[in-house]
Ligand binder design. Structure first.
Ligand code: GDP
Ligand code: IMO
Ligand code: MG
Length: 422
């Protein structure tokens, strides 16, 4: 039995926090896509920790954490992640498993990402520059190098062939990138040992056996549905399938073994990087969300763009993923606003629409707003639903009705403890 947990917006919904909270009910936490472009923040017992490649169940004493075949791994970042966890006495050899089929991010993938972004000028994606796009391109282009490959003797020849291809590509970009490949490669090869501190496994087989033995598996998504390579705001997306189908291809699990699909969203919207964002705010409300919500990228530190909740986009994400339980995060950030709005439809050149248009960048698209009654009470110390102010409760009820899906968790702060189950 597998449950999925996915972001329904443009990422940073609070996936890490909720996976950490839910881990106690699962045997295995499995990341299925993305790479170190992700930054999943966990807060507990005074610690604040950001994970990039490692699943968010790693702090649980017994849960197995698996990095699936759909993930792309940068060994250099992975090594740092392991080092960052050194104070927690985690037995990685026992608890952290890596798929042999996960692809490796090479130093030249990162360089290609930077060169590609620089060449785009104003049209840049706003990539995290972690080499994600180029690595997935080599995966689908059938040139990539997988974790399992490094266990074979001849892999360095293949590495060399790929790097030569990359250097030829880099030379084609107009703005020359300065880099010291020797130095980058030394760091890369030194870091590979860190992968071997974990179990490198045939992860799909491992998961099949686990399913047969009745183990409970939670698949952890990265990024968000609107960054999905097919269903997101293309081309301003990431290069993986962030939606529910990605859990099947990224772990080798069959669709009919998936049970619950948990969809996680913020009570407002944020986006980091470029691309359309119809409900974005450029006023003091947006500024306040960013400040109170501490909306800075967990991976790049960039300020996140902020805006009101977009129900058109949220409904679309719920449908694409088959979400049957919602989790609402950061309602506490909205306390004290004098006005609150949600977008219920878009005005377009063809009249109002309640579905996501093909091109969300079309300047004629304007949100149609609904006013919601604000609340001023601080939610962060609340521990049960009956303590919620009436207008916050109304906001939850309104969203459940609009989205036709129950909100099962309401998060009122970054800490593990600030989580209310309904
Ligand atoms: P992820 O990428 O989906 O795991 O989310 P991030 O960790 O990138 O961003 C979520 C941010 O919001 C982190 O800084 C969390 O600590 C914080 N956070 C999570 N839930 C809540 C909440 O309910 N209220 C507040 N104020 N912060 C939260
Ligand atoms: P988590 O898992 C928010 C965004 C980047 C950029 C676009 C493409 O923490 O929610 P990429 O590096 O993949 O080439 O960037 O996607 N992006 C994210 N935004 N949260 C993330 O991950 C993201 N991962 C990528 O900002 O706009
Ligand atoms: Mg994040």
């Amino acid at each position: 039995m597998v449950d999925l947990l996915l972001g329904l917006q443009w990422g940073d919904e609070g996936k890490g926090k909720i996976v950490d909270v839910l881990t106690q009910s699962y045997d295995i936490i499995a990341r299925f896509q993305g790479g170190p472009n992700a930054g999943h923040t966990l807060e507990f017992e005074g610690h604040k920790h950001v994970l990039h490649t490692i699943p968010s169940g790693i702090f649980h004493p017994t849960a197995i954490n698996l990095i699936g075949n759909g993930v792309v791994i940068d060994p250099v970042i992975f090594k740092k992640e392991l080092e960052g966890l050194s104070g927690f006495n985690i037995d990685f050899g026992k608890k952290l498993l890596i798929s042999k089929k996960a692809h490796l991010i090479l130093p030249t993938h990162r360089l290609l990402d930077a060169a590609s972004e620089a060449s785009k000028g104003k049209a840049k994606i706003g990539s995290t520059l972690k080499g994600i796009g180029p690595t997935y391109m080599d995966k689908t282009g059938r040139n990539g190098i997988r974790v399992g490959d490094i266990l074979a003797n001849d892999w360095k020849d293949r590495y060399q062939t790929l790097v030569e291809k990359h250097t030829r590509l880099l030379a084609n970009y107009e703005a020359a990138l300065e880099y010291d490949l020797e130095e980058l490669e030394k760091e890369f090869f030194d870091s590979l040992e860190s992968l071997k501190r974990c179990q490198i496994v045939d992860s799909e087989n491992y998961l099949h056996q686990a399913q047969k033995a009745g183990k409970k598996i939670l698949a952890e998504g990265a990024q968000g549905s609107l960054l999905d390579v097919d269903f997101g705001t293309y081309p301003f997306v990431t290069s993986s399938t962030t939606t529910a189908a990605g859990a099947c291809t990224g772990l080798g699990i069959a669709p009919n073994t998936v049970k619950e699909v948990f969809g996680i969203f913020k009570a407002y919207t944020t986006r980091v990087g470029s691309g359309p964002f119809p409900t974005e705010l450029f006023d003091e409300n947006g500024e306040r969300m960013g400040k109170v919500g501490n909306e800075f990228g967990a991976t790049t530190g960039r300020a996140r763009r902020c805006g009101w909740l977009d129900l058109v986009a949220l409904k679309y994400a719920i449908r694409v993923n088959g979400v049957n339980q919602l989790m609402m995060m950061k309602g506490d950030v909205l306390s004290g606003f004098s006005t609150l709005k949600v977008c219920t439809a878009y005005e377009t050149s063809e009249g109002p629409v309640a579905h996501l248009p093909f091109d969300l960048s079309d300047p004629s698209i304007k949100p149609i707003w609904k006013d919601v009654s604000p609340w001023k009470e601080d939610l962060t110390a609340m521990t049960a639903e009956d303590q919620f102010p009436a207008n916050f409760q109304l906001y939850i009820d309104f969203l459940e009705e609009e989205l036709e899906t129950p909100i099962k968790i309401v998060s009122v702060g970054p800490d593990r403890k600030q989580t209310i189950f309904r």
